[in-house]
Design a protein around this ligand. Structure first.
Ligand code: HEC
Length: 242
């Protein structure tokens, strides 16, 4: 199988067919090696054999382990190291949110989230490093998206307003909140930036009587009450506290 690798890379079908015959070899070592060697081959036959090896050997730890290591490498290649190392569900939520951000939020916040000047004044603030997006706090971003926000923010006023996005589904809000927290909230590996649709539902229900936008003072008071501000003790709250 090892010797075949350079031919597998060239998609030599004779060689692929020949090594594929080892799919049911009694030795696990042979089957594991076959999986490793065939994983990156492009041909349909190779892909089929890889799938069969995986589905027919679920009880074998070596094969499941090799498969998850290979998938992870593949994900890192496709999505980069930050997204590639994340659980698939989290990544999908963030990618969906990223698409929404680029097509919609960017019209005020700019394509890179750094704010956008329209006719000499800033339409909306930069989101990079915003305290309201800190990873430890899973509630404030959702509050802002559900009810909007009126300035000033840190002494500055902007030419547009942050509108309420409450007409969108919990899934939609969760996607976009997850994305902005991941992209602008100082994401570090190991702490999930993701907000789930269930989180959104809780915040929505708790504020169902509210009909006006938040002010920064209101949000900051809540953040203090809930201990979700990053203080000397580090990241305190990962819970949603509607
Ligand atoms: C019509 C323009 C506009 C659109 C569209 C818009 N925003 Fe905003 N956003 C603002 C403005 C303006 C503010 C600042 C609030 C103010 O000063 O009234 C703001 C504030 C924010 C804040 C708070 C920043 C901070 O530091 O507190 C977040 C988070 C945010 N927006 C996220 C989003 C996301 C995510 C989207 C897309 C779903 C979005 N915004 C779409 C104009 C907009």
């Amino acid at each position: 199988v090892w010797i075949s690798e350079r031919y597998l890379k060239l998609n030599e079908s004779d060689v692929i067919n020949k090594v594929a015959e080892l799919k049911n070899d009694p030795s696990y070592d042979v089957r594991v090696q076959l999986l490793l060697s065939l994983y990156n081959a492009k041909s349909e036959k190779a892909k089929m054999v890889v799938n069969e090896l995986i589905t027919e050997n679920t009880a074998n730890d070596m094969i499941s382990f090799a498969k998850s290591a290979l998938d992870r490498n593949e994900n890192v290649r496709t999505f980069g190291s930050r997204l590639g190392n994340m659980a698939a569900n989290d990544r999908n939520l963030i990618l969906a949110g990223s698409a929404t951000f680029k097509s919609f939020c960017s019209s005020c916040h700019g394509p890179d989230g750094k704010g956008l000047a329209i006719g000499g004044t800033m339409a909306a603030p930069s989101l990079a490093g915003s305290k309201r997006l800190a990873i430890a706090d899973r509630t404030t971003a959702v509050r802002i998206l559900l009810h909007g926000l009126t300035g000033p923010i840190e002494g500055k006023t902007y030419s547009s307003i942050m509108p309420s996005m409450a007409a969108n589904s919990d899934d939609w809000i969760a996607q976009v909140a997850s994305y902005v927290r991941y992209e602008f909230g100082g994401y570090t590996r190991g702490v999930s930036p993701v907000v789930t649709p269930q989180d959104v539902r809780k915040v929505r229900e708790a504020n169902s009587g509210r009909d006006k936008a938040w002010t920064i003072t209101e949000l900051e008071n809540k953040m203090k009450e809930e201990g979700s501000v990053q203080g000397a003790t580090g990241q305190t709250s990962r819970q949603v506290r509607p």
